[in-house]
Design a protein around this ligand. Sequence first.
Ligand SMILES: [Zn+2]
Length: 282
Amino acid sequence: MPELPEVETIKMGLERYLIGHIITDVQINSPIVFSGNKKLLLGSKIVKVRRFGKVLSIDLSSKFSILIHVKLTGQPIYRGPNLKNPPQMSKKVIGGLPGKHTHVIFKLDKNGFLYYNDVRKFGWIKVIKTSDVEKTGFIGKLGPEPFNDLTFDKFKEILGKSKTNIKVLLMNQEKIAGVGNIYANDALWLSKIDPKNISNTISNKMAKELYNALLKVLKEGIKRGGASELNFVTPDGTEGSYQEHFLVYGQDKKTCPRCKKTKIVKIKLGGRGTYYCPNCQK
Ligand SMILES: [Zn+2]
């Protein structure tokens, strides 16, 4: 599922393309994906794009916002005057644009379009008041954002209060916002911590290593435009490249790139594929 770096990449693209556009019509092909009154959006200007964990908020001049959670395979893609030479579309945009997986089309002024494609249809779009965005159930419960309010002291406090496996804790959105399976695996490998370790038994020194590693892998993910596994594409319809730079995620049976002795092992932890080197992660 797209995580902080992927959703941040979508946010930056939408910010670049959408701000200043006016929504002139909304075509809903799959009502299951869309909730709220589309009429509240018509005629309003897009003024801001924000990210909360893995959720996006497109804020309008009318004081309403469009929340988008892309879940596993959602793809918001822009075409219009703010993208003068659209690049070749990734094959991950299944069915083309618009196509059979295009569930919502936001028609914009100046012949602009924001398409929402989603093969699996787990993602959703909601219209709510901008003043309600930060209190809405899902967003209101999010833990601190790694690049904003997650200080090391806060991180240490979160670890100290938890008796779950450290990897499961890192992925808990109510504890820390935006971290999912890819970046939790890679941060633990980078900091040489066994993903099975119990959170409140991790030493101050190792917690610091993990904190730094987490910020480092998230930054690297953003720099690479996210990881295009499954159907992740950026809002211009192209792919990110972090999948070419995974440290340990998805690398089972390969030799550990650090110790070069042991093969990466895959286990299940909290129901999710967990990759680690039993030799260098203790
Ligand atoms: Zn190793």
